[in-house]
Design a protein around this ligand. Structure first.
Ligand code: CS2
Length: 477
């Protein structure tokens, strides 16, 4: 394997706290921060970042501070390893370590221009496109807005602090896998602010922008194998290092309120409309991921690369993309969707990424609407068949039973875990799943064609098992 070490060369002393990143997990380290770092390396400037974690990770942030904010990412595939040092982080904050007021005060810093977010789908506390005011965390934050515990409560508390300090507006840039993620962020933040102080909601409307963005890079959770790889190449451990694939993509709506960070110089695309890019990525990549994660885990596959070694799964994922997801997408100038599907299959096959099926299967209730159900709705409108989407959804129902085909335990990590487990073990799991209104909208759940397709796929998976089902579908065309 070829190993290359890359260290950025720009003047770190110029960096000021212009970006605040909420949710400094694996993805942000390898995506948001690399774009920033590459942008600074290309054109210099003062765009430094303060990174925030909410729950776990205080010790890793303290270690990051001790390392002067520097950490490494290892981009790997079967032939190459590029170890990059990332220099763009200039400080960290953890409300449990530093206190919530220290975090809110970061918003009232005149240098701040952009807040970037990787808080995962469930971090938005959304329902039907707006704030879920029944969410326990949101209710607690509305009762005690000075000490918020959710990311949305922190954003609103921070914006309030900024407004009170008489400062200008900022940009809040979502980097999570949701359709129209910027508009969703604006909706939940504004709903929360309105409940707290209508004047703040008006200030936000006039001063804060919420661009949408499509993000893409496969970044598995760090594990012992990844840590050993880093230690081996670096000669010492790095508690903030992360392993990822070489590919990266970021398409951002060009709507910044107070200066634009050098993301484009770092390789991002700034465009007017992000939605077609989001739909393409969410349905093709993430849809195939959730399909492989649930069905693969049920038939005993530990990682996505293992799934790609199994012809039935590999072919089914490719057919899902080409026959059932691709037709639902608008034409995007310059994008060849069949080639995009082929490239995704190649990326999934990266044998050096230990991307666990159970990791991707976590929070599936938050993921299937944009990854699968949007396409199902399209097919129902067109009158076309969607056997693989139905099989993927039925695979999720089997996954939620908590055991794979050999009787090994499968972890069910999901905000709806209790409801999913009860539904999966009920006498009529299909009916129980369809009654989960947070996942299946009423019209879809009531569509007899959808229910019939789900029942057929579920029955087949139970009777034949995952691989024989997929293989029979392949032969029948
Ligand atoms: C994955 C994504 O865990 C998941 O749900 O589908 O994290 C995926 O790896 C990224 O979106 C790739 O860009």
């Amino acid at each position: 394997m070829q190993v290359e070490l890359v260290q950025p060369e720009y003047d770190r002393t110029k960096l000021r706290p212009r970006i605040l990143h909420l949710g400094f997990g694996a993805f942000a380290r390898a995506h948001t921060m690399q774009y920033l770092d590459a942008g600074l390396a290309a054109q210099g400037g003062d765009w430094g970042a303060i990174v925030v974690r909410f729950n776990s990770g205080a010790a890793a942030l303290t270690a990051l501070d001790a390392a002067g904010g520097q950490y490494h990412i290892a981009e790997v595939d079967d032939e190459n390893l590029t170890l990059r040092r990332i220099d763009a982080v200039i400080g960290s904050c953890h409300p449990k370590r530093d206190g919530i007021q220290a975090l809110l005060a970061r918003f009232a810093n005149p240098d701040l221009s952009v807040v970037t977010l990787t808080i995962t789908e469930k971090g938005y506390c959304a329902r039907d496109g707006g704030l879920d005011t029944d969410h326990a965390g949101i209710r607690a934050d509305l009762d005690a807005p000075d000490a918020p515990g959710t990311a949305i409560g922190v954003l609103v508390g921070g914006l309030q602090a900024r407004r009170q300090a008489g400062l200008c507006g900022i940009t809040i840039l979502s980097c999570d896998n949701q359709p129209e993620n910027g508009y969703l962020t604006r909706a939940v933040v504004t709903d929360f602010a309105r409940l707290l102080d209508p004047g703040l909601a008006v200030w936000i409307k006039n001063n804060v922008t919420f661009p949408c963005s499509m993000v893409d890079r496969i970044v598995p959770a760090m594990d012992a194998k990844g840590e050993a790889m880093i230690t081996d190449v670096l000669g010492l451990p790095d508690p903030n290092a992360i392993v990822c694939e070489p590919f990266r993509q970021w398409v951002i709506e060009d709507d910044f309120a107070a200066g634009t960070p050098p993301f484009a110089a770092g390789g991002a695309q700034l465009v007017q409309y992000v939605r077609p890019f989001e739909e393409m990525k969410l349905r093709m990549l993430n849809g195939a991921h959730s399909f492989l994660a649930c069905l693969g885990a049920v038939c005993g596959k530990a990682t996505i690369a293992d799934c790609m070694q199994q012809p039935e799964l590999k072919h089914a994922a490719h057919r899902l993309m080409v026959h059932e997801q691709l037709p639902t997408l608008p034409v995007l100038p310059g994008v060849d969707l069949p080639r995009y599907a082929d490239a995704l299959i190649a990326r999934f096959g990266n044998g050096r990424l230990n991307h666990r099926t159970t990791q991707i299967a976590s929070d599936t209730s938050q993921k299937v609407p944009q990854r699968m159900l949007a396409s199902v709705t399209w097919h129902l409108e067109q009158g076309s068949a969607f056997p693989l989407l139905a099989t993927g959804l039925a695979g999720w129902m089997l996954y939620a039973r908590g055991e794979d085909e050999a009787g090994n335990e499968l972890p069910l990590v999901d905000p709806l875990a209790d409801q999913l487990r009860t539904a999966a073990l009920a006498d009529d799991p299909v009916a129980e799943f369809l009654s989960l209104r947070d996942v299946f909208p009423e019209d879809l759940a009531a569509d007899a064609r959808f229910e019939t397709a789900l029942r057929k796929s579920y029955g087949q998976l139970l009777k034949l098992g995952v691989l024989a089902t997929l293989s029979a579908m392949e032969t029948s065309g």
